[in-house]
Design a binder for this molecule. Sequence first.
Ligand code: ADP
Ligand code: MG
Length: 578
Amino acid sequence: MPIHLLTAEVAGKIAAGEVVERPASVVKELIENSVDAGASQIRVEIREGGRRLIRVTDNGCGIPSAEVPLAFARHATSKLDDVGDLDRIATLGFRGEALASIAAVSEVTLLTRPRDQDVGLLLRVDGGQVTHHEGHGCPVGTVVTVEHLFRRIPARAKFLRQPETETGHIYTIVTHYSLAYPEIQFGLTADGRTTFQSPGNGQVRDVLLAVHDLDTVEQLVDVEPPDAPGTRVTGYVGLPSLHRANRSYIVLFVNRRWVQDRSLAHAVVQAYHALLPVGRFPVAFLFLAIDPAEVDVNVHPTKREVRFRDGQRVFATLQRAVRAAVTSHAPVQAPGYAPRSWPGSGWDGQQAGEEAVLGATPATQIAMELYRTADEGEQLQPCGPVRLPLLRVVGQVGQTYIVAEGPQGLYLIDQHAAHERVLYEKMSADHRQHAVTSQALLDPLVLELDPLLSGMLSQHLRALNELGFAIEPFGGTAYLLRAVPPVLGTSDLRAAVVDILEILRVGSDPIALSAEQRLIAAICKRSAVKAGMVLAPEEMQKLVRQLELCELPHTCPHGRPTLLHFSVEQLEKGFARR
Ligand code: ADP
Ligand code: MG
């Protein structure tokens, strides 16, 4: 076939394919237009999964009668003027393609009236051609009705799923937009039945309650943005007790636009590093507010993907915000879904009670707090960091793991990772309170280092000296070691310094740490008990007690798990007891 230009009709249908993939894409585009029109109420009606009919009614600004035919022309928009505008897009639409694309693959009826017109306009467009045009009375706003989607495009129609599936996609679109625009009242009616209604009172949490069950919403905590310029992250994230089998509950908005971005979703998953069971994913509803000049939304025809000028920074900001929110809150289990305790093991809360009376350590107080709250049948609520319950050491296996039992099951604790965590929190606290201690050497030690490590040492010299070291340059690549932090002990200090520099050099931490945190983590890693060391029962019990007191006992400073927890339910299931 010789090269030839496609007819406008064929070209239109090809272009439409990019925007209109399925009924939910139509709903998305129409909702976006209603939002851009300043509507405070948006009602979506569908029949047969949207294939038979989609109708979106809004009380927005309406379209002046004279402009209506133009709204259906490709690349016709009221939202963008010149190229410069592309860098500061504040509306959801701007490509001027949606109405044209939708009209190319369906039968569209538009009824619209702006406030300053007495009568509205009714326009029917069939397969891209205007078939009807008349003045018509109607309230201020716009009603777009889309019928028989893809009827004339069998290739597309074939790919449509069951009506229930398409309805599900539409439900997702409507609920996501209602989260992004809590001040707008959204409604969804499917085949005559109202399936969703948002309150429109501006409260995201109230929209979440309309979308999800109470259990889920009660396990969500606020993300508080730090008072820093640049990307702002707000929203709600699930406590570690809330998790799902896939990533679809990680819902992200950039400047109130729902985006599906693998990298951002990954940042959220990473923020939960070692807090969730393997293969499970967090629940998160996050809103990123970024200077429009820093984001390119014009990457994808449906604008589902965006590109950032500084993606790394956005990634790190998001991850930090989520991590901070998750680790500063902990669930208190309400009786309804509290994990079951060991039957008849004494671990019914009584033992914790006794210990609290005898010698109240903070850990026992926290455990008591948990029990008390559960007893009183209160609702789930945040209560400080995710602490460990009181644990009883049973023994050591493989000279590496401590076996312990707690009220909710069995714990396997990695002795090295746990000790790292304990030392790290102690040293970080000392540093914060300017209470770093230092142990002077009787005879200063000369460290001859290779150029690489010497370079690293000089780079970290000041910071190391603030953490309890006293190290001075000694000419060339040599240094004089006069004092060390007491955690390092006294033997083989030369090797200790080299090891710390090595850890810093190779360290690839799964979570983002500041330079200072990395240094403290490296010192603690070198100082912690190693795997393969036999520990006495008292030593294990002491380590476990210290871990219970930690703010983030579940991971080592580098983000790896310190313990594995097997709940009573898991054990019973595993042994087919239920
Ligand atoms: P875009 O949203 O990218 O501008 P569309 O094809 O979706 O392109 O819409 C074309 C134009 O029609 C919009 O720019 C807007 O002026 C007008 N329009 C569409 N829907 C509505 C609506 N619900 N209320 C008011 N104006 C609308
Ligand atoms: Mg639009």
